[in-house]
Design a protein around this ligand. Structure first.
Ligand SMILES: Cc1cc2nc3c(=O)[nH]c(=O)nc-3n(C[C@H](O)[C@H](O)[C@H](O)COP(=O)(O)OP(=O)(O)OC[C@H]3O[C@@H](n4cnc5c(N)ncnc54)[C@H](O)[C@@H]3O)c2cc1C
Length: 447
């Protein structure tokens, strides 16, 4: 058995673990990262990137279809999904190569295998292919082991008929029809992608609307657009799984469970809820030399939360708890068609006197000339201080616009002004929605 010693060892190479490892080296630590599967984690291999790749392909097709207006006459061949998957995998593999290059450039030791705790400082790494076990000593450990799709009671994923999002992203061909159970972000994105590629989709959600945590107007708009695209959207639906025989595939997208199979009890690490690792504001567990970041800590299952927590945990591990996590402003994005996004201050509900403004994309010159007229920006403003508190955007580029909105809200500004926003742009829609909250948007007809 080899004994390897490190200042910091990171378990998992998704966005949380990757960021933690690189940042810890930048701060002067000797670092190893342990990965049992592919570098990049869920985000790169079966989450953010593959879904956005497939969405991008659909969007491209849509743009080509719409281009006849300008005299471009293109004959589109039927989609061969397996060819698209080859291209997806090529892109993902290249990005993975890039991540490996970065880790190598920082001299992070990448250890392949399954990590588990022996105690609060010692880890075992089992590599079943090589039939080897490695023992590692770490002063500080950062757990970034992520989550996996959770099945539903009475149903097991068989990677054939009852599938999860990972399996769906690797289907050889587009099924004739598919039931998607779960109308959250993953369910909506999968419905958008697969219906776009020609699959007859039924999307079932047991709450009274899609994306139950989203603003009702946004969720209604998403439902309307999905229905227009041919998706059968069922809300308040509790019996979707009663008759699954009529579907070629059943995709269960009802949530994720923590990858906590690390023998945490040997180090005395506490878990909460469904088994997420409990952490404080420093991303530190109840065991002082052990930190946890990203999905496994369960605060929000988003890649950028994982990245942010990864950087915070690395700094705290190397520099003794010097910074705490700040989730005051965290945007949310859904790749429906068109995209939708939202951001608000975390204490939004404490504001008592809020005024709202709304600006439709049909009134935007830039959206109009680009033929991206579907959608709107809605803005919430604190009436007394005039501070923008929230933005909801449905429409083209809303995944980019929301980052601007986040910065506006976070920068604590108390007004938005015309001279600092380029025209014609999609981002001026944010300004126009803000102006509408005061009934003074000059780009809208008089109310
Ligand atoms: C379909 C889908 C689409 C998504 N789209 C988005 C999006 O657009 N934007 C966004 O922000 N988020 C998105 N997410 C969520 C995002 O992917 C996750 O929040 C993010 O990947 C979490 O990062 P992480 O580092 O915590 O964990 P992960 O990315 O899950 O990485 C964990 C890594 O740890 C490894 N690991 C686990 N246990 C061990 C062990 N014992 N030993 C060694 N290695 C181990 C795993 O193999 C994995 O590589 C999406 C998720 C899904 C499923």
């Amino acid at each position: 058995m080899d004994l390897n010693r490190y200042d910091v060892v990171v378990i998992g190479s998704g966005p949380g673990g990757f960021t933690a490892a690189v940042r810890a080296v930048q701060l002067g630590a000797k670092v190893a990262i342990i990965e049992k599967s592919l570098i990049g984690g869920t985000c790169l291999n079966c989450g953010c990137l593959p879904t956005k790749f497939l969405w991008h392909v659909l969007k491209l097709r849509q743009k080509i279809q719409k281009s006849y207006k300008y005299g471009f006459k293109v004959n589109l061949e039927p989609i061969v999904f397996s060819n698209i998957l080859v291209e997806k995998d090529k892109n993902i593999a290249n990005l993975r190569k890039g991540m490996r290059m970065i880790l190598a450039s920082y001299n992070v030791d990448v250890i392949e295998g399954v990590a588990s705790f022996r105690d609060r400082n010692n880890l075992m790494v089992s590599n079943y292919e090589r039939n080897s076990i490695l023992e590692i000593f770490a002063n500080k450990i950062i757990i970034a082991s992520g989550t996996s799709p959770s099945a539903m009671k009475g149903f097991v994923f068989d990677d054939n008929r009852i599938i999860n999002s990972t399996c769906a992203l690797n289907l050889e061909k587009i099924p004739r029809n598919m039931l998607i159970v779960g109308g959250g972000v993953v369910g909506v994105e999968m419905a958008t992608i697969f219906s776009g590629f020609g699959c007859r989709i039924t999307l079932a959600e047991n709450e009274s609307c899609l994306l139950p945590n989203e603003d009702r107007e946004v969720s209604e708009e998403i439902k309307k657009n999905l229905t227009k695209q041919g998706v059968d959207v069922l809300v308040s639906c509790f019996d979707a799984l009663n008759d699954i025989n009529k579907y070629e595939k059943v995709l269960i997208a009802t949530g994720r469970i923590p990858n906590n199979n690390l023998k945490l009890e040997r180090a005395g690490i506490k878990t909460i809820g469904k088994g997420f690792v409990e952490t404080n504001e420093f991303c530190q567990t109840n065991v002082s030399n052990i930190y946890a970041v990203g999905d496994i800590a369960g605060k929000s299952l988003l890649a950028y939360t994982a990245q942010s927590e990864g950087a915070i945990a690395a700094k705290n591990a190397v520099k003794m708890n010097s910074i705490s996590a700040n989730n005051f402003v965290v945007p949310q994005v859904v790749f429906s068609m068109p995209q939708s996004s939202s951001v608000k201050v975390s204490n939004f509900l404490e504001y008592r006197d809020i005024i709202y403004g709304k600006f439709p994309f049909t009134a935007s010159g830039r959206a109009f000339i680009e033929n991206e007229r579907c959608g709107f920006v809605k803005c919430a403003v604190d009436k007394a201080s005039k501070k923008p508190l929230a933005f909801w955007i449905v429409g083209a580029y809303s995944d980019e616009l929301i980052n601007v909105a986040s910065q506006i809200i976070k920068s604590d500004i108390y007004y938005m002004s015309r001279e600092s926003i380029f025209h014609p742009s999609f981002s001026e829609n944010l300004f126009n929605a803000y102006e509408d909250a005061f009934d003074r948007c000059v780009e809208l007809v008089k109310k």
